[in-house]
Ligand binder design. Structure first.
Ligand SMILES: [Zn+2]
Length: 243
């Protein structure tokens, strides 16, 4: 996987400090805060065969402003959080999603206090230790990429192929963005996929939980489709201009 999720940011400039101080409890100096940028989410089809639609991404940009970030689980207990002070949807010129749409992603700029408690984490980010970001958010509906109906109402199934297209859920109408979290990347991706999208629907599924396959044939087809998707997404044709 070549997608970078966390970027070291330069020292905060006057514009950053204006935005940060608009949400801080007191006037902070540039030497008191540490800033970094991250990829919150994008419009690529993910491992659960779901993706945000472009409008939802734009809506999330507004909803995530001010949202707190947590770092693994032990960090949050100690009150080590960061906040997003700026968000922006980035369109990568010339880069397409696995199904051929222009690749867009939501970039967030976060700040945290330069305290002793945060020193290790800051050193990790500075050192480029790989981390992944997951987001907790709610959307109004999930529609079918094949027929456009609510995914619960049609007969298409996520992960299956229809006329050469992988059926996936399109997440529409962002309602809320609760938090984002910053997690260590598992050494073996297949061993622990970290995911924390919450849709607020009737049957939210837990992070990392896969719906049980209904029979062996379906499971095999799903596995093949997933492999195909991973190949398209992370395969050799990545001309990514990650920043
Ligand atoms: Zn459908």
């Amino acid at each position: 996987m070549d997608v970078e999720w966390v970027f070291k940011a330069a020292a905060p400039g006057p514009d950053d400090m204006t935005l940060i101080n608009a949400m801080a409890m007191r006037e902070l100096g540039a030497d008191e805060v540490y800033t970094f940028a991250l990829r919150l989410c994008d419009n690529e089809i993910d491992r659960d065969f779901e993706r945000f639609d472009d409008q939802a991404l734009d809506e999330l940009a507004g909803l995530f402003l001010g949202a707190p970030g947590i770092f693994d689980h032990c960090w949050s207990a100690r009150g080590q959080t960061a906040r997003l002070y700026h968000t922006e949807v980035v369109t990568e010129q010339g880069q397409l999603t696995s199904d051929g749409r222009p690749y867009r992603w939501l970039k967030g700029w976060a700040y945290m206090m330069r305290t002793e408690d945060n020193a290790d984490l800051i050193a990790e980010i500075d050192g480029g230790i790989k981390r992944e970001v997951s987001v907790g958010c709610a959307v109004e509906r999930v529609t079918c990429s094949i027929c456009g109906q609510d995914l619960h109402d049609c007969f298409h199934e996520k992960g299956e192929m229809y006329n050469g297209q992988i059926c996936h859920g399109v997440l529409c109408g962002a309602k809320d963005a609760y938090e984002w979290s910053f997690v260590a990347v598992p050494a073996q991706r297949q061993a622990g996929v970290v995911k924390n999208k919450r849709y607020g629907g009737p049957d939210p599924h837990e992070p990392g939980e896969e719906p049980p396959p209904s029979d062996d044939g379906k499971a095999l087809q799903r596995a093949k489709a997933l492999l195909e998707l991973e190949k398209i997404r992370y395969g050799g044709n990545q001309n990514g201009t990650n920043q």
